[in-house]
Design a protein around this ligand. Structure first.
Ligand code: FE2
Ligand code: FE2
Length: 341
């Protein structure tokens, strides 16, 4: 029967709506732990336009410094700009699956927070480079030109993952998505707290502190859901999670460590140019961690994640880049990535 055919005159009550549909008319209670997280998300909501931008004067810096730091924000954007649509799709999924009311609210808060983080990137790029279009603007220095080339390659790679994600999302269970999300949240929480401590400009100290706090909450949401769902995971999902962790590692390494050359499609001088810019950014008081510090962070984040997955008996992949042994995962394809940050 089509929706257009009128039936109300034929029967007293409408037929049952086929379930699950995206339109739950109920708010199932559950997950009291998540109520606390939701309450703090409401309390800690913030507006990036309200940061002390007026205390920042870009003309204190040379153009090389500005382009070095502007590049770092562009690099972050190549990841952060995918977060709002990724979490928005996961948010829709919580409705399709008629998740508990508080789970739906928490995914809404993550989507909102990630949108805030993406807006911080925009405002920071405007502040450092004076443009809202870092891929198209005219660089002022030779380093700036090389960095823009880097940024274009990052964006090109990011676009390839996005295509994979839109195809993969309907097939993945929320439980599988959590493991990828958690990985991004653990890593993000670490790096933003460090940046908050190492940046001299108050506006960025505050931005990083707030972003780090949001990421910590996101971590809590993932952990609470894992606690609920992971004890009853089936074998296929366990295998998929192991693979997702390896895929997430390779993907996020480009922002949290250094891009793995056999996975990322980047020009040969990419890493040298990026290191050069990060050194300049550090000297200008914008505290991007150096190679060794990044490696240690990333290793620690991976070990934290391993600790969580061990609890549920999910094999952890080998990550030789940061000296972690585990299950060999070799067949990671670009289409397997769930882009998260
Ligand atoms: Fe974020
Ligand atoms: Fe997050």
């Amino acid at each position: 029967m089509t929706h257009r055919e009128k039936i109300a005159h034929l029967q007293e009550f409408p037929p049952e709506t086929t379930q699950p549909n995206i339109y739950p008319l109920s708010w199932p209670a559950g997950m009291p732990k998540m109520e606390e997280i939701w309450a703090s998300a409401q309390r800690e909501q913030w507006d990036p336009a309200g940061l002390p931008w007026s205390s920042f004067r870009a003309d204190k810096y040379t153009w090389e410094q500005r382009e070095a730091v502007g590049y770092w924000w562009t690099l972050l954007s190549a990841f952060d700009a995918s977060a709002p649509p990724v979490f928005a799709s996961a948010f829709v999924k919580t409705y399709e699956q008629h998740e508990d009311d508080v789970v739906r609210r928490c995914f809404f808060s993550v989507t909102r927070d990630e949108h805030v983080h993406e807006q911080v990137c925009k405002l920071a790029i405007q502040a450092w480079l004076g443009t809202s279009d870092p891929l198209a603007y005219e660089p002022k220095t030779e380093l700036g030109r090389r960095l823009q080339k880097n940024a274009r390659w990052l964006f090109y790679n990011g676009g390839r993952y996005w295509e994979g994600y839109t195809h993969a999302l309907p097939d993945y269970d929320l439980a599988v998505l959590f493991s990828s999300f958690l990985m991004g949240e653990i890593a993000a929480a670490t790096i933003f707290h460090q940046l908050a401590a190492r940046c001299v400009e108050p506006v960025f100290q505050e931005a990083f502190r707030k972003i780090g706090r949001d990421e910590g909450r996101h971590m809590g949401i993932c952990l609470a859901l894992m606690e609920r769902d992971y004890p009853k995971l089936d074998h296929a999902d366990r295998k998929l999670i192991t693979k997702q962790i390896r895929a997430g590692y390779l993907y996020l390494s480009a922002v949290l460590f250094e891009p793995s050359p056999d996975f990322w499609d980047l020009p040969e001088d990419f890493i040298a140019t990026q290191r050069e810019a990060e050194e300049i950014a550090r000297k200008a008081g914008f505290g991007v961690p150096d190679y060794e510090a990044k490696k240690q962070n990333w290793r620690r984040a991976m070990l934290n994640l391993k600790g969580v997955l061990d609890r549920y008996g999910i094999p952890f992949p080998a990550i030789p880049e940061v000296d972690i042994t585990g299950e060999e995962v070799t067949d990671v394809d670009i289409r397997d990535i769930v882009p998260v940050f």
